[in-house]
Design a protein around this ligand. Structure first.
Ligand SMILES: NC(=O)c1ccc[n+]([C@@H]2O[C@H](COP(=O)([O-])OP(=O)(O)OC[C@H]3O[C@@H](n4cnc5c(N)ncnc54)[C@H](O)[C@@H]3O)[C@@H](O)[C@H]2O)c1
Ligand SMILES: [Zn+2]
Length: 381
């Protein structure tokens, strides 16, 4: 039996933030990152709360990639304030931190049900609708995706006004994260008709609107479309899960602090090639792995023409590389010039072992070994 459910109510479109006046909560803990507070963007949240007479406090100590020590600070602040809801405002890091803070705090003191309203300020992770929260164990240098329905936000508010200020490099990284979610869920061994429909629409939007948001951050039509695409891709992978692109990216983030979407983008061409496993014998027999047809179908959705599945995979790889070049995303780790070669190659064994154990590996369309993961990491250099 298969089940498809959406646990989060989604408010979107013009003035979506007005929903904050009507939320059924009165004591709110806003969890956000320092940028959102210092830039004044948090006013978009506090004004409607104030006008509805709701009490609130702001915890703005979130840092990228949700490290465990910051989560425990948030748990302390939560248990002191005892909110009846969290309003999480920010990128995936703020939303994931909020999910973990609520989860861990209520395990310590379950004083009542606490709502979670997620308001993304990047168009990337889809965390506002997923049961995933990625936490970063900075001591062990490992990022873990926690997966549980209890992490899921009750409501999501998609207001593209909040994304206008995202700088081009972050627009590029997070936009490629959206595409990776859609594509990985599309080829996942757990894909189904519901996840495929959501992923297809998300990929179609990426193909038309991602570059527009990169070239002009004030193109509000494109920003709105990408904000929805991010949420659609989140819904898709929430039911179909992801694959080794994310498993490998999590380790690059934990170990070398490569932004999540950037790590995904850099890996994409290698993972598509690995999962397709097109070689002399499959070519001559014309017998391909099931992922090949699905990648070819993704290429078709992107509007790429190809006259057979192999060409479809090729054009998909070319498209990802074209997008990276257009948006100035490095094509290899060495091109980044920030990571030492010796440190990188010394870390490969551990990164490969951790990536194999990552929750996303289970649904990859092609089984993978530690050696094969190491090989992919080595090619990425
Ligand atoms: N829970 C999930 O389902 C899920 C899925 C994918 C990734 N993730 C996790 O999410 C995290 C990445 O999230 P992200 O890519 O959204 O980045 P992020 O939240 O780390 O933010 C990246 C940077 O952009 C800045 N920023 C955010 N919004 C901005 C705005 N409107 N204007 C200007 N600057 C802004 C932030 O301050 C930060 O410096 C990673 O830890 C990743 O592992 C979670
Ligand atoms: Zn991701």
């Amino acid at each position: 039996m298969n089940t498809f459910k959406i646990l989060t109510t989604i408010h979107f479109g013009d003035n979506a933030l007005d929903r904050l006046k009507d939320i059924p909560y009165n004591r709110i803990m806003i969890i956000t990152d320092p940028y959102v507070k210092q830039s004044g963007m948090v006013d978009y949240i506090t004004k409607p709360l104030e006008s509805a007479g709701k009490a609130y406090t702001i915890f703005s100590d979130v840092v990228p990639d949700a490290p465990i020590d910051k989560i425990s600070e948030g748990v302390k602040a939560f248990l002191q304030y005892r909110p009846d809801a969290i309003v999480a405002v920010g990128g995936g890091s703020a939303i994931d931190s909020s999910k973990s803070i609520r989860e861990f705090a209520l395990q310590i003191d379950h004083y009542g049900e606490v709502g979670l309203i997620a308001i993304p300020t990047t168009s990337g992770t889809g965390s506002e609708v997923t049961a995933f929260a990625v936490v970063n164990d900075t001591n062990a240098k490992v990022k873990y995706p926690l997966v549980s329905d209890s992490l899921t936000a009750d409501e999501a508010i998609l207001d593209a006004e909040l994304v206008k200020s995202v700088p081009p490099a972050v627009t590029a990284d997070t936009g490629m994260d959206v595409f990776t979610h859609a594509l990985e869920s599309y080829v996942s061994t757990n894909h189904n008709e519901f996840s495929a429909a959501l992923a297809e629409k998300s990929m179609e939007i990426c193909s038309v609107f991602l570059l527009r948001t990169y070239y002009d951050g004030n193109d509000m039509h494109a920003r709105q479309k990408m904000h929805v695409a991010s949420c659609l891709a989140g819904l898709a992978f929430n039911t179909a899960s992801l694959g080794i692109n994310h498993s490998l990216a999590h380790q690059l983030g934990a170990r070398f602090h490569i932004p999540h979407g950037r790590a995904n983008a850099m890996l994409l061409p290698y993972i598509i090639e690995f999962n397709s496993n097109i070689n002399h014998s499959s070519r001559s027999q014309k017998e391909y792995l099931p992922a090949v047809e699905r990648y070819a179908s993704a290429a078709h959705i992107l509007g790429l023409s190809s006259y057979n599945p192999v060409m479809g995979v090729r054009s998909l790889v070319n498209w990802t590389q074209f997008m990276m070049k257009e948006m100035n995303i490095p094509m290899s780790i060495s091109e980044m010039k920030t990571i030492d070669a010796v440190q990188y190659f010394d870390a490969l064994d551990e990164m490969a072992e951790n990536a194999l154990k990552d929750a996303c590996t289970a649904t990859n369309p092609r089984p993978v070994t530690v050696e094969e993961i190491k090989h992919i990491y080595a090619k990425l250099w």
